[in-house]
Design a protein around this ligand. Structure first.
Ligand code: C2E
Ligand code: MG
Ligand code: MG
Length: 395
């Protein structure tokens, strides 16, 4: 029993780039040496890359004392070869043997959770028991329910219509998955997709989603309402599977749906992680007749290279860009240039996360093609989406 003190070096990837791998190895050794000085041998572990753990079997007072010593030590720089190196750390204390920290798997995810939480704290420390909150319980619950949801048809797909500025009507839509939980109701994808990616279940979930989308399209051939196409998100883990193209094609064949109705959305993380598999998957699906959109453009690893190197038909501007359009002249200039660049490369632009009329007007002026956002409609369950399409088809 007792506690585990988890220590994560902050921004260590960045330190690796600035100081070089060799110096950083030395820094890790310095930190490890310091930690070994605090606890007897056999109680200090390297958990992964930049995370260390100390097992403290007696808990409480001893743990507090150790945490304080570590916090104090990190206020001073690490010194070797005549140079000072400043490091920041996040500390999370995980009491073992409580509900949620009984098995090894549970303890490992509790350590991850404690470190994530401590990164949001100003002092960088999450002390004993603090992680046993509603958020921790919810996260564990969702992780445990994933397999159940797969087995019991617990996923549903909502559809968000996307407005075309040129024609003044809805033109396409995006399929967005939710997990239905007996206790918490509808769980948004941001809460369970990262977990499903970690344990590989996303591959099966992705196919379930695609099946549901195809069933929906078979039941409602809305071509006359202007909804010829639909966007379907693919996860980075799905895109690493050699069989992805075959799997998706098999589903489209089964439902006898024309491939031209599908646009697969992928993010830049995908492009960064698995370039060669991704390229052949994209080429196969494009040959078959599908199209691809680059999602969340403008954040994270976004650079123009992926946009240039991979055969996208559409680029989706991330909400963080559209949010800044109102009242920020420099963003407007940047977005205008991005849109014209995309057009000159013969692709189309969808702006994501548009919530107010002013943003719509600016995007219209800047030549944006499509708009997706709460301003026009939230993602809707099947029935509500169907009703909306019927209504707008008359216009
Ligand atoms: P995304 O692909 O960028 O999808 C757009 C997200 O923005 C959706 O969140 C949508 O509800 C939200 N959104 C749309 N308009 C607005 C707006 O005006 N304001 C705000 N605040 N949000 C808006 P959602 O449905 O929670 O999905 C989050 C992310 O989860 C998606 O981001 C996508 O990356 C992922 N995701 C969703 N469904 C799937 C799926 O079937 N498979 C995979 N692999 N990922 C999925
Ligand atoms: Mg998307
Ligand atoms: Mg997006």
């Amino acid at each position: 029993k007792g506690d585990i003190i988890a220590l994560a070096l902050r921004d260590f990837k960045f330190a690796n780039e600035v100081f070089g791998v060799k110096t950083c190895d030395r820094l890790l050794k310095e930190v490890a040496g310091f930690l070994k000085g605090l606890a007897p041998t056999g109680r200090v572990y390297r958990f992964d890359g930049d995370v260390f753990c100390i097992a403290e079997p007696h808990g409480a007072e001893n743990t507090d004392r150790l945490v304080n010593l570590i916090v104090d030590r990190f206020k001073k720089p690490w010194h070797f070869q005549g140079i000072d190196y400043s490091l920041n750390c996040s500390l999370g204390v995980v009491p073992m043997g409580k509900g949620g920290t009984e098995t090894v798997d549970e303890i490992v995810s509790a350590i991850d959770f404690a470190i994530q939480e401590s990164k949001h704290r100003e002092n960088g420390v999450v002390r004993g028991g603090e992680i046993f909150n509603e958020k921790f319980r919810r996260k564990n619950h969702i992780r445990a329910m994933l397999a159940y949801a797969l087995e019991k048809d617990g996923f549903e797909v909502h559809y968000q219509p996307i407005y075309c500025l040129a024609t003044g009507r809805f033109a396409t839509c995006e399929a967005l998955v939710r997990m239905r939980d007996p206790e918490f109701g509808l769980i948004p994808p941001d809460e369970f997709i990262p977990m499903a990616e970690e344990n590989g279940m996303i591959v099966s979930i992705g196919l379930v989603v695609f099946e549901k989308v195809c069933q929906f399209m078979t039941a409602h051939p809305y071509t006359e309402g202007g909804f010829e196409t639909i966007g379907v998100n693919l996860s980075v883990v799905q895109c690493m599977q050699e069989s992805l193209a075959d799997d998706l094609i098999a589903v489209m064949e089964h439902y006898k749906l024309p491939p031209g109705r599908f646009k697969f959305e992928i993010t830049e993380t995908v492009a960064a992680a698995s370039m060669s598999t991704l390229r052949s998957t994209m080429e196969r699906l494009i040959d078959y007749g599908c199209a691809f959109a680059l999602d969340d453009f403008g954040i994270g690893y976004s650079g123009v290279t992926n946009m240039l190197n991979l055969p996208f038909k559409l680029i989706k501007l991330d909400k963080s860009l559209t949010d800044r359009l109102t009242g920020e002249p420099r963003t407007r200039i940047a977005v205008e240039a991005i849109i014209s660049l995309i057009h000159r490369l013969s692709m189309r632009v969808i702006a994501e996360g548009v919530e107010v009329a002013e943003e719509v007007e600016i995007l219209r002026e800047l030549g944006c093609d499509y708009i997706q956002g709460y301003y026009f409609s939230r993602p809707l369950p099947e029935a509500a989406f169907t009703a909306l399409v019927k209504k707008t088809a008359w216009r």
